[in-house]
Design a binder for this molecule. Structure first.
Ligand code: ADP
Length: 485
């Protein structure tokens, strides 16, 4: 099959979260299964053309895209996903994409990603490449399914092209004022109360995708179930329920070339399940870096996350005064909502022997925290898949998670009498329930044999892409069949 994979962030070129990990690691696996995959993403200012040897693509050339009556010129650079032959097409438009962040609150945020989506389709036309599937990811690509069935339907090239839409996080929908209809050139027939592109009188890019994609999926089975409920559906539950037969959950895989302690180039000391004692070298380096005491009897709990309420930081905030009384140290790497940055900074200033925070985005440090911590905390309110708990399992860093979405699908609560399980989980979204799970973890940490067992249970698991990629191929096939009925 020919597959166009379209995403607003792709590792290693640009990343704010798990979407980038998926977009960098799934396409090569799909390609290795005998498919022709091309990846499309914006060419952000932060992407270094020299470093990745990107070349302007003369075949595509310069092309105009009209938005709100103005013409913006686009061009395309081509590169490859590192160490693969998967082509990446970077959509270049300095006015839209040379900004300090990937995503902004600027007034033309809708126009930025309208430009991107139209430019992707124009690039495909100019390449004369007929994709069987366009695989869209999150709201930044949500209009493509509508465009294929309407604005671009005149072009025979797309006659048989089916679309698949993956929801990586329902919390971000691309909701804009009605004027977005004009910037996006969405025909009025798609905009009426409770209609395809309408949500409470606003334009909603994600909703349009849920109407017009041939197949839809999200990134874990549990989250797929949750999304059909009012509690988790963020207003999309009815639309998704109406598409229930075309909607599945496929758990994200991880790239163990980047994320396993026996291969990790970013940590001071590599280790395997049989040399688990070497993990201590990483703990020492982590404690030194954060000026904490390196003590085998004091567990270090790591957090690497966007500092957003979704991730459960309101629970942590409420539990903080109890947490600092426990025999543990907390290391936090993250940035995001100012309230949580300040909360951690204040606690770290008051209790430097207990809590350390590094505000910002730092890939090297994220690996050191995975390798050097004893436990990893993710008490998310909702979690589509979550990657860090899966990385933690492989690093022998025992996850403490709330039983939701992908966290529930990947972490099994420790059963003391059977010595089974890979981590600690709790279900109720309360600080008390979270604290109980943390206490249980700290208690098990004092029982060295059992602790080793829980680490080994997790390290043995395999969440590579192999199985999930096959499920994506099935999904593509279904979409293709539907489109070509
Ligand atoms: P989400 O996509 O909701 O942010 P995921 O768990 O799916 O959550 O993926 C988050 C990814 O981003 C992981 O690879 C994680 O290591 C990385 N990450 C998050 N915050 C930071 C940070 N401050 N520094 C480095 N990496 C980070």
């Amino acid at each position: 099959m020919k597959i166009a994979f379209v995403a607003s962030e792709v590792v290693p070129f640009a990343k704010t979260g798990g979407l980038a990990d998926v977009s960098g690691s799934l396409p090569p696996v799909i390609s290795n299964l005998g498919n022709d995959v091309k990846v499309f993403m914006p060419k952000y200012f932060s992407i270094d053309s020299k470093k990745y040897d990107l070349k302007e693509n003369k075949l595509v050339g310069v092309f105009p895209v009209t938005i709100n009556g103005f013409e913006y010129l686009g061009k395309v650079f081509k590169g490859f996903l590192p160490d693969t032959d998967v082509e990446v097409y970077f959509i270049d438009q300095p006015y839209f994409f040379h900004r300090s962040q990937l995503y902004t609150n600027d007034l033309d945020e809708d126009a930025r990603f309208v430009f991107f989506q139209k430019a992707v389709l124009i690039t495909i036309q100019r390449l004369g490449w007929k994709p069987d599937i366009i695989h869209c990811n999150d709201w930044q690509t949500g209009l493509i399914p509508l465009y294929i069935k309407d604005n671009f339907s005149w072009d025979k090239l797309f006659e048989k092209t089916a679309t698949v839409f993956t929801i990586h996080n329902i919390g971000y929908q691309g909701r804009f004022a009605k004027s977005a209809l004009f910037s996006a050139e969405i025909d009025g027939k798609h905009f009426y109360p409770a209609g395809p592109a309408e949500y409470f009188d606003d334009v909603n890019f994600l909703k349009a995708a849920l109407w017009y994609s041939d197949m839809i999926n999200t990134v874990s089975e549990k989250y797929a179930e949750e999304l059909l409920t009012e509690e988790y559906g963020s207003g999309m539950q009815d639309t998704l329920t109406s598409r229930k037969d075309d909607f599945v959950g496929i758990l994200n895989g991880v790239d163990y070339e980047d994320w396993s302690p026996e291969k990790d180039k970013l940590i001071p000391q590599k280790y395997t399940p049989s040399t688990l004692e070497n993990k201590a070298v990483n703990k020492k380096a982590l404690c030194e870096k954060f000026e904490l005491k390196d003590d085998p009897e004091i567990p270090v709990i790591g957090i690497v996350s966007r500092l957003a309420t979704q991730k459960g930081f309101d629970l942590i905030e409420k539990a903080m005064n109890d947490l600092i009384k426990l025999n543990c140290q907390l290391v936090v790497l993250g940035s995001g909502e100012i309230e949580y940055e300040e909360m951690f900074t204040e606690f770290a200033e008051k209790h430097p022997e207990k809590i350390a925070i590094w505000i910002g985005y730092n890939i090297e440090l994220s690996h050191l925290i995975e390798a050097g911590s004893d436990m990893f905390l993710m008490p998310s309110h909702y979690e589509p898949c979550g990657l860090n708990q899966i990385y933690s399992l492989r690093y022998g860093t025992v996850p403490i998670v709330r039983e939701t979405g992908g966290l529930a699908d990947t972490v099994i609560n420790w059963n003391d009498s059977k010595s089974t399980g890979t981590g600690f989980s709790f279900s109720e979204y309360t600080p008390e329930a979270m604290m109980e799970a943390i206490r249980n973890a700290i208690n098990l940490f004092t029982q060295k044999e059992k602790w080793k067992k829980i680490q080994e249970n997790g390290m043995k698991l395999n969440f590579s892409w192999t199985e999930s990629a096959k499920k994506y191929i099935e999904l593509y096939q279904k979409a293709k069949n539907k489109r070509n009925l």
